[in-house]
Write a protein that binds this ligand. Structure first.
Ligand code: UDX
Length: 738
């Protein structure tokens, strides 16, 4: 039997702060132990830490080489000559008037190049964005993160319909905050200058989580008045503090899809570095300068920013402000960013970059006021995620284009793909590879023998292979479940809606105290949006679930959280203090794994009185490393060694918690843990059945064998039903898509 280690939190070297104090690794191994050859003696703490953590030998060698070059003073420019004829920062203040209603279009309207830099899977929102910003006179160049294959396939397909839309023929792994983001921009700019059939004037970048707040016409009117200006927003604080916070005085290197911090460096003399936002609007002239100039200013700065965290937030600012065109700067990026640093700066990227990065929050309807109270011109806002809130996009859309008729289909629905069989098993984990086919089995079984309907002998279907795709389905900004598309042996494609069954119980007593609003267990907790990104909450024995409590304001409290496994072992018990104004509390107990599959209970108690209780399922897996479970894999379902989830034993609490005797539950669990094949499948299905119900089944084409099945195109919840807000239609007579 295999024993998995209890979860250990990585300590010191994750302790990077935004102020940029050094992290540390105690006893990092000597680099020569690791199979690469350093060309000098490396003693710096950061460099040693990076070498100890880098996974591949190639990455370690790159790090070692760079550090040695840097130590020899051969990597970073020492001084760079400033070419701006003015001292200090030049910022042309623009006078901003609301555009006159009915203003005449400019005589020579300019043409915008929209550079869309996208990743993830939210194709419907991306289509919606394109629909909002599209005009036949402008151009659209799209880079899709090399890891986002599903999105890439969709984008390639949609770009085929429009002559003024292209997808980069190359792709990069553009990790968050990485040097590759700047490399990607510079390469795209070169591509775009070498497209003689695309005479664009302005370069505007957008991500898939951006949305316009004004129409294209208003943007063009504005830019036409300022056609020689470059719009770049600066941090607006003390520059020395910015440099420190941003880590500009540190050397970074990107490899193994990570930004490694390698040590300190000097800012080159002779220039002023600046930075702030990497969302900008740049003139073609400036893009040409950056791309083609032989000026040392640019080549040296390119070299400096090649080893910089979040380089696109500073490279263009610094080049422009030190170049001859320095007086073309306008300190405004024409966007509104929904910053809430208390939530957005939680070091959430420390597994990707050796630094604490921040992200803006998603807009919700209550944030829309931020778009209205502005003293500067803005045309876009970020961030928006339909899986978090779609209503706010409806508000913006209505403002930009007028309300859609309320009978428009699909208005409140949102669908986002989580699995596409073209990606084969790469897109599946053992838990989803277990659950998705189980969903199909449950639905097909219900279809052939549901109690509500008389038996329909012809509605017997057998799945052929794994589901072909799975989508998340939201309605009115609430998660509604999974939609599983499944080909069946008759050749038809069915879509199955699996609805989660809530299991939260808030007790009366909790109501009296009045603070507890919710208790949830899941994985992929997002502290910024305060949601579980694992929307469906599928949890397997090797996962590390988190329990989250939601509170309203009220008296300070101390509460106890107890985790009970399917055999009534008290896996964890801990206290949390809930401050007066705390709205969320959250803790991931370091449980030894594997977790026992089956129904777990988490209780929230105050003075041992129950405030709330929630159940969650640890899914019995039918596959291990994507292969059917075999005899040797039985440890996976047997719970942790000696039934001990933590060093401390909490079993003495079972009396006060009034738990039933363990004997029977343990006997069943031990029996189940040995199951394989069809019996295991039956256990998995049965377990899932208590947490998921079939919301509906539809068929893509008319079903000959089961005429009572509705057609998906006419089924409101189906991902195959019309969704005009996200569908791209042919270009209208006025050159737009809406
Ligand atoms: C913040 C800042 O606002 C942004 O300017 C900076 O570049 C990153 O940090 P945030 O919302 O955290 O923004 O970043 P995000 O929008 O997720 O990413 C920035 C860009 O990189 C986007 O265009 C995004 O699509 C792209 N990206 C990000 C990828 O291509 N792949 C990733 O894995 C992450």
């Amino acid at each position: 039997k295999q024993r998995l280690p209890v979860h250990v939190s990585h300590k010191d070297w994750h302790n990077f702060t935004r102020e940029g104090d050094t992290g540390s690794v105690e006893g990092a191994p000597h680099s020569s132990d690791r199979g690469f050859t350093p060309k000098c003696e490396i003693t710096g703490k950061d460099a040693l830490s990076a070498l100890a953590r880098a996974r591949t030998q190639q990455c370690q060698q790159e790090i070692a080489n760079l550090v040695c070059l840097h130590l020899a003073g051969q990597l970073m420019p020492k001084s760079v000559q400033r070419q701006c004829q003015f001292t200090g920062k030049v910022n042309s203040g623009l006078t901003w008037e609301e555009p006159d209603v009915g203003a005449l279009p400019p005589e020579k309207p300019l043409r915008v190049l929209y550079m869309l830099v996208v990743h993830g899977r939210a194709i419907r929102q991306l289509r919606r964005l394109i629909k909002a910003i599209y005009h036949q006179d402008h151009f659209y160049y799209i880079h899709v993160d090399q890891r986002s294959d599903y999105l890439h396939r969709e984008v390639v397909q949609l770009a085929q319909s429009y002559e003024n839309m292209r997808v980069t023929p190359w792709r990069m792994v553009t990790i968050w905050g990485g040097a590759s983001l700047l490399t990607m921009y510079l390469r795209s700019m070169k591509d775009l200058l070498e497209m003689p059939d695309w005479p664009w004037d302005f370069f505007i970048n957008l991500s898939a989580t951006d949305y316009p707040t004004k129409t294209n016409e208003e943007l063009i009117l504005f830019l036409s008045k300022h056609r020689h200006k470059n719009f770049l927003k600066s941090h607006g604080r003390d520059n020395a503090r910015f440099i420190k916070k941003q880590g500009l005085d540190r050397l970074f290197h990107e490899c193994d899809s990570h930004m490694w911090r390698l040590g300190e460096r000097q800012i080159p003399e002779g220039i002023v570095v600046d930075g702030g936002s990497d969302w900008f609007a740049l003139t073609r002239n400036f893009v040409e300068y950056v791309t083609y100039t032989k000026d040392i200013l640019v080549s040296e700065l390119r070299q400096f920013y090649k080893y910089t965290l979040l380089p696109a937030e500073s490279f263009f600012h610094t080049v422009l402000e030190n170049s001859k065109a320095c007086d073309s700067l306008v300190d405004n990026n024409l966007r509104v960013t929904n910053w809430n640093r208390k939530l957005g700066c939680r070091c959430q990227y420390k597994h990707i970059v050796d630094w604490c990065g921040c992200s803006p929050n998603d807009f919700k309807p209550q944030d829309v006021v931020r778009l209205q109270q502005l003293s500067r011109p803005t045309f876009f806002a970020r961030k928006f995620e339909s899986s978090v809130n779609q209503e706010v996009l409806d508000i913006l859309d209505a403002h930009l284009f007028g309300e859609l008729p309320s009978e428009t289909p699909g208005l409140k629905g949102y669908w986002e793909n989580v699995y596409d069989s073209i990606d084969q098993m790469g897109g599946l984990s053992d838990v989803t590879m277990t659950a998705y086919p189980a969903f199909t089995r449950l639905a097909l079984r219900e279809l052939q023998g549901s109690k509500k309907q008389p038996k329909q002998p012809y509605c017997r279907f057998t799945a052929s292979g794994l589901p072909s795709s799975v989508e998340l389905y939201f309605y009115d900004d609430h998660f509604q479940g999974y939609l599983v598309k499944q080909e069946v042996q008759s050749g038809e494609t069915l879509e199955i809606w699996m609805m989660p069954q809530g299991s939260l119980k808030l007790s009366q007593q909790g109501g009296a105290i009045g603070r507890i609003q919710g208790l949830e267990v899941g994985t992929e907790w997002d502290p910024k949006e305060r949601i579980f990104r694992n929307f469906g909450g599928l949890i397997g024995p090797l996962d590390e679930p988190v329990a989250v409590q939601k509170w309203s304001r009220g008296l300070n409290l101390t509460v106890t959280v107890v985790w009970i496994d399917p055999t009534y072992i008290i896996a964890a018990s801990y206290d949390i203090t809930v401050d007066m104004d705390a709205d969320f509390t959250q803790y991931k107990p370091p449980l030894a794994r594997p977790l026992r599959p089956g129904y777990w209970t988490v209780r929230l108690l105050r003075f041992w009185e129950l405030l709330a209780e929630v159940r969650f399922l640890v899914v019995p897996l039918t596959v291990r490393n994507k292969e059917p479970l075999r005899k040797g894999d039985n440890w996976l379902h047997a719970g942790p060694s000696k039934g001990q989830y933590m060093e401390q034993n909490f079993q003495a609490l079972s009396g006060i918690l009034n738990l039933p005797p363990r004997v029977e539950a343990e006997r069943d669990a031990n029996h189940n843990s040995e199951l394989l094949g069809k019996e295991l499948e039956a256990w998995t299905d049965e377990s899932l059945r208590s947490f998921w119900s079939v919301g509906g089944i539809c068929t893509k084409d008319d079903s000959k064998s089961c005429p009572s099945l509705p057609k998906c195109s006419k089924t409101r919840w189906s991902s195959l039903s019309p969704d005009p807000k996200s569908e791209l239609s042919p270009v209208t007579h006025d050159g737009r898509l809406r």
